[in-house]
Design a protein around this ligand. Sequence first.
Ligand code: SF4
Length: 71
Amino acid sequence: MKEYEHQDLFVIWKPELCEHAKVCWQTLPLVYRPKERPWIRPEFATKEELIDQINKCPSGALSYRLKEDSQ
Ligand code: SF4
């Protein structure tokens, strides 16, 4: 499991669940760059855009948590 931090949001990616369905990088191509490392660059979208896109991941590989959740 990998986490990518941006402001008060952590994008969580579970590679073993990813179906490479491309939904993420077709929706937010500036954020999800499968040929680069790190491949998720959450700073290129707003928190709302990230959450909206994460909720569309068909496999459940993407999820998120807010910083205040961990306090
Ligand atoms: S949308 Fe989800 S399943 Fe599809 S490539 Fe992105 S992380 Fe993987």
